[in-house]
Write a protein that binds this ligand. Sequence first.
Ligand SMILES: Nc1ncnc2c1ncn2[C@@H]1O[C@H](COP(=O)(O)OP(=O)(O)OP(=O)(O)O)[C@@H](O)[C@H]1O
Ligand SMILES: Nc1ccn([C@H]2C[C@H](O)[C@@H](COP(=O)(O)O)O2)c(=O)n1
Length: 223
Amino acid sequence: MADPVPVLTIDGPSGSGKGTVSRLAAARLGWHYLDSGALYRAVGAAAARAGLDLADVEALARLTRDTRIEFREDPDGELRVLVDGEDATDALRTEEAGAAASTIAAIPEVREALKDRQRGFRRPPGLVADGRDMGTVIFPDAPFKVFLTASAGERAERRYKQLKGKGVSVTMDGLLREILARDARDADRAVAPLRPAPGAVHIDTTGLGIDEVVERVLAVVAS
Ligand SMILES: Nc1ncnc2c1ncn2[C@@H]1O[C@H](COP(=O)(O)OP(=O)(O)OP(=O)(O)O)[C@@H](O)[C@H]1O
Ligand SMILES: Nc1ccn([C@H]2C[C@H](O)[C@@H](COP(=O)(O)O)O2)c(=O)n1
């Protein structure tokens, strides 16, 4: 039987604005929100902490299943990520954690071990799910699908402003290189590569403000 709980999937490359737009869209709709990238970031960090060999796929799958990952909203409305009971939000948002997540996300056993956990976020009245394979693999039956993009230059610029705002020392060249490397790793892997889902509405956010993108995304749900 078809699942009656609606899902809006928002996939796209790093820095396209998925997380920002998904959170705002979920708040406007009154739906739940899944940041699937945070799950891969948490597993990447847990594997590094445990010193696991990335070739030991059975140990990685076990670690993926056993790592406790919880999302909590703090009093300012910020989403915090708790890994095995500890607040790991800030550590998980670094570029290094993103790269580690992208590497571990290419391992089929890790992806498989996260599938049911991600699907468990589908609860009434609805779910906004952001990631790379939300519309293609995790929620292929979602009634609403969006693929967000932006030029690599604009994505690097957004990240630059974001990190500078946090006092992190970065260069535009370095960020652009990291973004292109992550795009390639996420799109070229054999399993669940970054792709627009069939039927997804493409929104190129280059030159668009956040509010404009949110309105365009909500129009997809209203259509
Ligand atoms: N349309 C936009 N215009 C300007 N800045 C934006 C826009 N969308 C997002 N941003 C800003 O760009 C930065 C990255 O956005 P966000 O984290 O939502 O991207 P993402 O696609 O989720 O990235 P990642 O996959 O790496 O988590 C944030 O500082 C955010 O405020
Ligand atoms: N559905 C997903 C979500 C994330 N990943 C991998 C690939 C990304 O580079 C990395 C970090 O994600 P982000 O927090 O930047 O959205 O995790 C994936 O493969 N599939």
